[in-house]
Write a protein that binds this ligand. Structure first.
Ligand code: 6PG
Length: 233
């Protein structure tokens, strides 16, 4: 079931999203003393990460994972790891959250994806391993993480992390797959801009629309947070 939140302008969208993530972190830490969150790449969430760094004052026990990563060096301008370092880590209070980068993706994507999956399976409870919150973006074509339309990886049932050739540059990527994303306790999809309106409309219409983001719907609630320019009419 998709819950739509129209948060207003970019700043209020970032704050609303950051507050949801902070609340999920607090709930998980209160319950189990630890919180595992997966973070989105792309441009939209940068502001959210800067707000999140400001509103969370205790990061102990928080583990940040990547919903996807580009197969570039971790300090490359296109790297999602660099996005998190520059917007979250560089602004967060000490002790910092534990960041789990996808290492080696630039050299051997398949091996890096397999290693990341093993790291997730070792660190998270459950089978499939359960994230406390998964923050995901939304592409204009309805992709999310690096799960692109019509990619056979959308039917993956066993592997939790794979390498893909995507349709958005940089094309070589690593992505979490639907089994682990569907198992998350809370899923937040963040989208801004009129260009996302079609994808949002498809997402709201439910799984029959077959865009990757619509296939996230595994029963747990998904909150779709949008700014006023992306909001469905
Ligand atoms: C990535 C993202 C990807 C992104 C969407 C939206 O690594 O590219 O994970 O899924 O969230 O493409 O990107 P923008 O926020 O830049 O529009």
């Amino acid at each position: 079931m998709i819950q739509l939140t129209v948060a207003g302008d970019s700043e209020s969208t970032a704050r609303t999203t950051a507050e949801r993530i902070a609340a999920a972190i607090a709930d998980a830490r209160a319950e189990r003393g630890v919180a595992h969150i997966s973070l989105a790449g792309g441009r939209t969430p940068a502001r959210t990460y800067r707000v999140l760094a400001r509103i969370v004052d205790d990061w102990s026990g928080v583990h940040c994972w990547f919903g996807d990563e580009r197969c570039v060096p971790l300090d490359d301008p296109d790297s999602n790891h660099r996005l998190i370092v520059e917007n979250l880590l560089d602004n967060a209070s000490q002790p910092h959250p534990t960041i789990h980068p996808v290492t080696g993706a630039a050299d051997d994507p398949a091996a890096a994806a397999a290693a990341y999956e093993q790291e997730l399976r070792a660190a998270l409870p459950g089978d499939p391993p359960q994230l406390d919150v998964a923050l995901l973006g939304l592409g204009e074509d309805g992709h999310t993480a690096s799960l692109f339309p019509n990619d056979p990886v959308l039917e993956e049932q066993e592997r939790l992390c794979v390498s893909v050739h995507g349709t958005k540059p940089p094309f070589e990527r690593i992505t979490l797959t639907l089994p682990i994303l569907r198992a998350a306790r809370k899923t937040i999809v963040l989208a801004e801009g009129a260009g996302k309106a079609w994808a949002i409309q498809q997402l709201m219409a439910g799984p029959t629309t077959r865009i990757p983001a619509s296939m996230l719907d595994g029963g747990e609630e998904i909150e779709l947070i949008v700014d006023h320019t992306a909001a469905p009419g």
